[in-house]
Design a protein around this ligand. Structure first.
Ligand code: ATP
Length: 650
């Protein structure tokens, strides 16, 4: 997307409002069920984790109980042997608990990695099935964020959130049981402080949730800016329009919003901890006070060791409570991540195979449009009642003003979009009934914007046919008129094409893409002629390449040059999404309609700027020059002149 594509930035298209809405956590049973469905395949490992957590949590608590024994039976009881045994036992239990923790950590990480692996693959496969509409309407930064940081977030949900919930709940329950066994009065007193946590936690949870949403949107925007401006073509546009400063300011703005959000988010967390820690310290003091009073004033059986155990256990209780309350915040955050990911999973795959899709043995590449209506967006009709038929082995040239719908017609054949009304038939079968893989395999498109992967020419060619032999590749390159160029390179087919093929000229790229399509050997060839002015040598090389190809196979050409138009068997003239004229050049040019106008304003000019002229160059030049003058004089005479031109062996 060009850097000028501001409209797509998340802030301007109301992304904030969506995030604000999302800030109301909607944790439904259906969502939970769905989240847990990802854990299901790993239930065995999860059970093992659960057992490890239970054992290590209980073990980690026992040294607290031993502290009482160390004090009462060891130190106060003056028994050195018991003292040493309790100390060694306490040490051994702590060590064991930590060792089990390591094993549990390994299994947990293993599960988390496997779940994110599953999710990433599922997301990638799902995105690949999404229609062209999805990619043209969604911000690339947003797609990448969901694929990368959102899914990575899920990993931390499993390794931290789920784990913390389990281990803290177990520790809390076991500690409470132990405390009640020692002294119910002190236990009740200790837990009385707990409600004081709930209020600040809830408030902090809400604030952090909202800030996380905003930070995520801001992050998407930053990713979007980077994608737009750091791409090769984006940078080129920035440089050529001198927009460096503007782009820098846009980036700086988003960056500064991001740091403010991050600081606010961190601080919301800090305040939350200040309150919690203060409250946590009140508990032990109260226990010493009430425990002391019970011993001193009420002759309780409690020993100093018991009170120490209670304080130690209370310490162990507050931590899990603290953590569990924190987890509520993390939990909401995690659910937001899952919701964002599921949102993508739930986007329906607009274009997919019919359940009873047909895979014919072969096809001739015949195409027929029957009363086709199409709109990208509901309120704006693009194609209106388009009907035409392209017979096997023949070729059609589609011409028309820019934006008239030529590429749109082409897009409907390999089902990049589906029609709203009417039908598109390929080999006599509605494309919606055909197997998608078969359909797309049978069609080769050489588009205006040639896309080459960053790699060698060979790798780019092999993309069309993995098992192509060296001979086949050379043959295709020769046919595409690019072999001379390849041979002239030191590394031949192994020459690197650069990022998106930018180390090559436009003409070279297009000829490589023609060779690639030839290797694919499709039944139908679609050639979207470049409107951009290539130099006349490049033009003639491309023309020489495509002429024989068109001769021998079914083809559709979006044409901007007379020579291409003349090579076709029939011409369709499209205007405002309708076929307004059709026929042969010599007839159309006489009509004095859209085609004549296009001819006078476009084809003729492009031709004169450097078109393939073949043997009759000099002669046609003269004719063209003459006809130029006559075109100025009157449409009628221009038409006659050009119809004469049409007979030239162009
Ligand atoms: P050109 O010769 O300039 O390539 P074209 O005749 O091939 O033009 P199309 O690309 O088919 O024209 O576009 C027809 C109309 O559809 C245009 O008005 C364009 O703005 C609109 N359009 C094209 N692609 C989309 C899209 N993905 N979403 C919405 N509108 C679109």
């Amino acid at each position: 997307m060009p850097p000028g594509g501001r409209m797509g930035s998340p802030f301007q298209r109301g992304f904030m409002t969506e995030e604000e809405k999302a800030s109301q956590p909607k944790i439904t049973p259906a969502l939970l069920k769905r989240v847990f469905s990802y854990l299901k395949p790993y239930w065995r490992q999860l059970t093992l984790v659960l057992i490890c957590i239970a054992i290590s949590s209980a073990m980690s608590l026992y040294p607290s109980v031993l502290t009482g024994k160390i004090l009462d039976e060891g130190i106060i009881g003056r028994n050195l042997k018991l003292l040493i045994i309790f100390i060694v036992a306490s040490f051994g239990l702590t060590l064991m608990s930590n060792l089990i923790g390591v094993i549990e950590g390994y299994i947990n990480t293993w599960i988390a990695q496997h779940i994110t692996y599953d999710m990433r693959n599922q997301m990638f496969a799902h995105l690949q099935r999404m229609s062209q509409r999805f990619f043209t309407t969604n911000n690339q930064g947003d797609i990448i964020t969901r694929m990368t940081s959102d899914i990575s977030g899920v990993e931390s949900v499993i390794t931290n959130t789920f784990r913390n919930i389990l281990s803290n709940s177990i520790t809390l329950i076991v500690a409470l049981i132990m405390m009640f066994q020692k002294s119910w009065v002190l236990a009740v007193l200790g837990i009385c402080v707990i409600p004081l946590f709930v209020i600040p936690t809830r408030k902090a949870g809400k604030t952090r949730w909202k800030l996380t949403g905003e930070a995520q949107a801001c992050n998407d925007e930053i990713n979007g800016i980077l994608n737009e401006t750091m791409s090769v073509s984006g940078q080129l546009l920035v440089k050529l329009f001198g927009k460096e400063e503007q782009e820098f300011n846009r980036y700086k703005d988003a960056n500064s919003r991001m740091i403010k959000l991050n600081i606010r988010e961190r601080m919301a967390g800090r305040w939350f901890f200040v309150v919690l820690n203060t409250v946590t310290n009140i508990g032990p003091m109260l226990l010493y006070l009430v425990g002391g009073i019970l011993i001193m004033k009420y002759n309780s059986n409690l020993t100093p060791g018991d009170i120490t155990v209670m304080v130690a256990l209370l310490g162990r209780t507050y931590m899990p409570v603290n953590n569990l309350l924190n987890i509520q915040v993390d939990w909401m955050r995690s659910m937001a991540l899952f919701t964002r990911i599921f949102e993508y999973f739930d986007m329906p795959v607009e274009i997919q195979n019919a359940p009873d899709a047909i895979t014919p043995e072969s096809t001739t590449g015949e195409v027929e449009f029957r009363g086709v209506d199409f709109a990208y967006e509901p309120e704006r009709q693009i194609l209106k009642n388009v009907s035409f038929r392209l017979e096997a082995g023949r070729s059609i040239a589609i011409v028309g003003p820019s934006g008239s719908g030529k590429s749109t017609i082409i897009n409907l054949i390999p089902r990049l979009y589906d029609v709203q009304e009417g039908e598109v038939l390929f080999g006599g079968i509605d494309v919606r009934q055909l197997d998608l893989t078969f359909l797309r395999k049978s069609i080769g498109v050489v588009s205006q914007e040639t896309y080459l992967f960053n790699g060698t020419i060979r790798e780019n060619l092999l993309y069309a046919k993995e098992d192509a032999t060296e001979e086949e590749m050379i043959e295709a390159c020769k046919k595409a008129n690019i072999y001379d160029f390849i041979e002239s390179q030191e590394t031949g087919l192994d020459t690197m094409v650069g990022n998106r093929g930018l180390k090559l000229s436009g003409g070279e790229k297009q000829r490589i893409s023609i060779a690639r399509v030839l290797l694919k050997n499709p039944a139908l060839l679609i050639f979207d002629e470049a409107t951009s002015a290539l130099d006349s040598i490049s033009e003639s090389k491309i023309q020489e390449a495509i002429d024989p190809i068109i001769e021998e196979r079914t083809s559709i050409l979006i044409a901007h040059r007379l020579s291409t138009i003349l090579a076709a068997d029939e011409i369709l003239v499209v205007k405002d999404g309708e076929i307004v004229e059709r026929g042969q050049h010599k007839d159309l040019v006489k009509l004095g309609g859209v085609y004549t106008e296009l001819y006078n304003t476009q084809f003729k000019k492009v031709d004169e700027d450097g078109l393939v002229r073949g043997a009759a160059d000099a002669e046609s030049d003269e004719t063209a020059a003459r006809s130029d003058e006559s075109a100025v004089q009157s449409d009628e005479s221009a038409a006659q002149e050009f119809s004469a031109n049409a007979d030239l062996p162009l």
